[in-house]
Design a protein around this ligand. Structure first.
Ligand SMILES: *Cc1c(COP(=O)(O)O)cnc(C)c1O
Length: 430
């Protein structure tokens, strides 16, 4: 074990030091960035193996390179396990990241300038859902729905009204910052009514869907994209799940599954990341275990326990609370500071979170009124409801006293002592 990272240390001291420092940073902080998580040691191991050396363009048993006997094993395992986990008809595990997966679905189903109706970025959508600074907003014609300003919830009547007016080719459900459940069946009905595909992007909630803690859209929607590294707790990457038949164009030469596969390769990617795909296979095996269901349930219990603390302290949350793994705080309204300052002072006390736009934000994307926090990573470290009470109290104390160095010093000391009881990768060897 003492030899871990020895070659790296000897070859490149600067990178080695950064890795050691980053590992220490992760160990000594309360990680509450809602999109982050800690993979298992098994996943860490496989991602650092010789599988990174291989080229394997194509699909299992249909490769453009020789020597893929063992790569076929790992990719096929990833596909089979993902199918089982999500009850999917078809899965492509090659997308390098969530943004690529979305680009690939658009590329498969749309022509340039075709119309997509998706969630507004400032209401919780993702950049790839049509932001003007993203390829999606430049290549396609995007229209957005949002949340009701009163309730903070998606209003399906508004979605339907917009869909009927706008006539999108894709109706997109999914978000990066929305604390409530989605009604996938209602999205599907609207898509069918207006002759659109229903694409769902479950990047954030995939682990909850796999565990049955949130409804799983895979049996409902035409196509579902997800990252593998958020609540699903796998390596950094993504996948696309879909129906086999193309509901809107059943007579095309290619079915929907074939269209997705060729959009991934040769459409938008070259060789897959075989070491990462093996990591996906391992993570999906873990997610199929009964323990993962308990984990996903605990994520939601923890988020609700945290929301309770905020509620007791009069902190304003978008939609008044949460049904999933994340909470959006209006820090401007609650504490009179902006999201950027809130993120910085929390970082000073070793609580990691991120500034975030909230619906009707009075600030800018760089300095919005909100912060977003999530429970997937701290739940992976073994924290439960009682720890949430403590963490919630630290948030409130810190955000009420953003410039009081002695308060921050005290919270930082408390956090450092607390976090030692939840060791992260204790036997990693570095
Ligand atoms: C995180 C996220 C993505 C993008 O994932 P990357 O791997 O960072 O490209 C896409 N869609 C949604 C909804 C996300 O939350």
């Amino acid at each position: 074990m003492g030899k871990m990272l020895e070659s790296l240390k000897n070859t490149d001291r600067a990178v080695y030091d950064a890795v050691i420092n980053e590992t220490k940073r992760q160990r000594e902080g309360i990680e509450m960035i809602a999109s982050e998580n800690f993979v298992s040691k098994a996943v860490l191991e496989v991602v650092g193996t010789t599988l990174t050396n291989k080229y394997s363009e194509g699909l299992p048993n249909k490769r453009y390179y020789s020597g893929n006997k063992y790569i076929d094993v790992t990719e096929q395992l990833a596909i089979n396990r993902a199918k089982k986990l999500f009850n999917a008809e078809h899965v492509n595990v090659q997308p390098h990241a969530g943004s690529q997966a979305n680009a690939e679905v658009y590329f498969a189903l749309l022509e340039l300038k075709d119309k997509v109706l998706a969630m507004d970025l400032s209401h919780g959508g993702h950049l790839t859902h049509g932001s003007t600074v993203n390829f999606s907003g430049k290549f396609y014609t995007m229209e957005h729905y949002g949340v009701d300003p009163e309730t903070g919830r998606i209003d399906m009547d508004q979605v339907r009204k917009k869909a009927l007016e706008f006539k999108p080719k894709i109706l997109l459900s999914g978000f990066s910052a929305y604390p409530r459940k989605l009604d996938f069946r209602a999205f599907q009905e609207i898509a069918e009514e207006v002759g659109a595909y229903h694409m769902s992007d479950i990047a954030h909630i995939a682990g909850l869907c796999a565990a049955g803690v949130h409804e799983n859209p895979v049996p409902i929607a035409d196509v579902v994209t997800t990252t593998t590294h958020k609540t699903l707790r796998g390596p950094r990457g993504a996948m696309i799940m879909s129906k086999i038949q193309d509901r809107l164009k059943p007579n095309d030469k290619k079915n929907l599954a074939q269209k997705i596969d060729s959009a991934v390769f040769p459409g938008m990617q070259g060789g897959p990341l075989d070491h990462v795909i093996a990591g996906k296979a391992v993570a999906f095996k873990e997610a199929l275990e009964p323990d993962f269901r308990k984990y996903a349930e605990q994520i939601v219990k923890n988020a609700k326990a945290l929301a309770e603390v905020f509620s007791e302290n009069g902190v304003t949350m978008v939609s008044g609370g949460t049904d999933n793994h994340l909470i959006l705080l209006d820090v401007e309204k609650s504490f009179g500071i902006m999201g950027k300052e809130a993120e910085t002072v929390l970082d000073e006390v070793h609580i990691f979170t991120n500034k975030n736009m909230i619906p009707g934000d009075r600030g800018t994307p760089f300095n919005p009124c909100g912060i977003r926090l999530g429970t997937p990573a701290i739940t992976s470290r073994g924290m439960k409801e009682s720890e949430m009470k403590q963490i919630g109290e630290w948030y409130v104390r810190t955000l009420k006293n953003p410039s009081d160095e002695s308060v921050k010093q005290k919270v930082r000391e408390e956090v450092l002592e607390f976090i030692r009881e939840f060791p992260l990768y204790p036997d990693l060897g570095y």
